[in-house]
Design a binder for this molecule. Structure first.
Ligand code: SF4
Length: 474
């Protein structure tokens, strides 16, 4: 069976960047998310008997500005003649996915189209009338392979209703099959994690996934699904109905052993440390197997976990965890509470010190609210300067449809075009004049650059050079 899997492009809509002066543009250096579409590699890993192609249009667009994604997809479909096209879809990819589905329908009505990922999970109703035959709601690794099985046995119009976690197109809407959330924790762990089926990375090997600051190859590896928390702006915990699952450590070790060619491994999770005991075992095994010698690891980490388990942080650092990505979000306890972050500012400060002293590069992200006044910008700037880390990232609060935050803020939305929902645009009305808002944001990026300098002077340039890091001025 022929299956085409597509990672759509993310539109270049970056008002944050458009408003910045030249110095600010350098400081902002666009949001860099370099890496493969691991969800598609995962699905392909389940389908090794089939004829599968992955096209990563996001990366094509990043690498070749003249790339025409619709034309390229059309050519690929004519040439490959797939039976099934699977498309992953984030919120910002939705408009393109609609166009793509129309192109597929025009080429061949008999191609079975399956759309999965965050946006169809959160807003399935938005796909009514788009030409999507099936939506995969939540984690699609098992459901997609079951769709393929059903198609092979009974043909395109087989009965998919027994498969968990789908929405099947019917009339003007969708009929939902049993939700993955109806499975017990144990059933999900046993049936959906599918730890022994490793991702098929060969299908995206032709793309250059290079982490620009280090100029080294980067690859993703998933250690878990879901999250232990339920922050009200976050889309990730909804993919598993608020449950958290950790992969079998030995399956990750087996996977890592086949990844020698990638110096950087990004643990591509919502929260790599959600199960402290298992995370500890993972890092112990990495050291035992010597897998810390060839690799530098990046992982997502909550700052309250750092404070509760400083010994685990020391162990992770020893195992090669160099970049800790922390969604700190706010520099004010009241704001943290509004996000239901279940954290506080003092914890963030203490955790920064622990990670800095452990030799980690902390990448802390702050959410800038469109309703910020001068005082709020000043508070965030002071916090960044007083609590230096390797990199302070700044994103603009964007309520994603389908989240709790969307329900709270949807009446304030001024930009409805989902192309702009990539965290770099104020889609809500700004309290300051818009130009002033973006100007102050640019200034914060400059502050972030200065704080990086302070971080290096405090924690030692030489130590970091050993890891091959190229940082301006070093
Ligand atoms: S801790 Fe992070 S991944 Fe988990 S719900 Fe909050 S924002 Fe999402």
């Amino acid at each position: 069976m022929k299956i085409l899997l597509i990672n759509p492009p993310i539109p270049y809509k970056y008002r944050m960047f458009d408003y910045a002066d030249e110095e600010g543009k350098k400081a902002i250096s666009r949001r860099i998310l370099v890496g493969p579409p691991l969800g598609l590699n995962d699905i392909a890993g389940m389908l090794r008997e089939e004829d599968v192609i992955i096209i990563d249009q996001k990366t094509e667009m990043d690498q070749y500005p003249d790339y025409d994604p619709l034309e390229a997809a059309e050519e690929e479909i004519y040439a490959f003649q797939p039976d099934i096209v699977g498309i992953t879809c984030l919120t910002a990819q939705y408009n393109y996915v609609r166009e793509l589905l129309a192109v597929i329908r025009k080429i061949n009505k008999n191609i079975l189209t399956v759309v999965g990922g965050v946006y169809p999970t959160l807003c399935p109703q938005e796909f009514a009338g788009t030409g999507a035959d099936i939506l995969a709601i939540g984690i699609g690794k098992l459901s997609f392979s079951q769709i393929v099985q059903e198609y092979k046995e009974k043909g395109r119009d087989g009965d998919y209703s027994h498969i968990y976690g789908l929405a099947l197109s019917k009339g003007n809407g969708f009929v939902f099959t049993k939700s993955l959330g109806e499975m017990s924790y144990q059933e999900f762990q046993e049936q959906c994690m599918l730890d022994d089926f490793l991702p098929n990375r060969d299908l995206t090997e032709r793309y250059e996934y290079i982490f620009p600051f280090l100029n080294k190859k980067i690859q993703y590896l998933s250690t878990s699904h879901g999250c232990t928390h339920r922050c009200n702006f976050c889309t990730l915990w909804q993919l598993t109905d608020g449950r958290y699952f950790f992969r079998k450590v030995e399956s990750m070790i087996r996977e890592l052993k086949g990844m020698d060619q990638y110096p950087i491994i990004r643990f591509c999770d919502a929260n790599t440390f959600g199960n402290v005991k298992e995370a500890q075992y993972l890092f112990e095994r990495i050291i035992e197997e010597g897998l810390h010698r060839n690799h530098m690891y990046f992982a997502d980490l909550r700052t309250d976990t750092v404070l509760k388990h400083p010994e685990l942080i020391q162990l992770a650092a020893k195992a090669g965890l160099k970049v800790a990505v922390c969604g700190v979000e706010a520099t004010d306890d009241e704001e943290l509470e509004r996000y239901e972050k279940k954290n506080n500012v003092e914890t963030i400060k203490e955790a920064y010190k622990i990670m800095n002293e452990a030799g980690m590069f902390v990448n802390g992200n702050y959410i800038i609210r469109p309703d910020y006044t001068e005082k709020d910008f000043e508070r965030v700037g002071r916090f960044i300067e007083d609590n230096p880390i390797f990199h302070a990232g700044l994103t603009i609060l964007t309520p994603f449809p389908g989240t709790q935050q969307w329900e709270e803020l949807k009446s304030q939305v001024v930009i409805h075009d989902l192309d702009y929902y990539n965290l770099t645009n104020a889609v809500l009305k700004t309290a300051l004049p818009e130009k002033e808002f973006y100007h102050r944001l640019t200034e914060l990026f400059k502050t972030s650059g200065r704080a990086t300098g302070k971080f290096f002077s405090l924690y030692g340039k030489e130590e970091y050079k050993k890891f091959g890091l190229q940082v301006a001025g070093m």
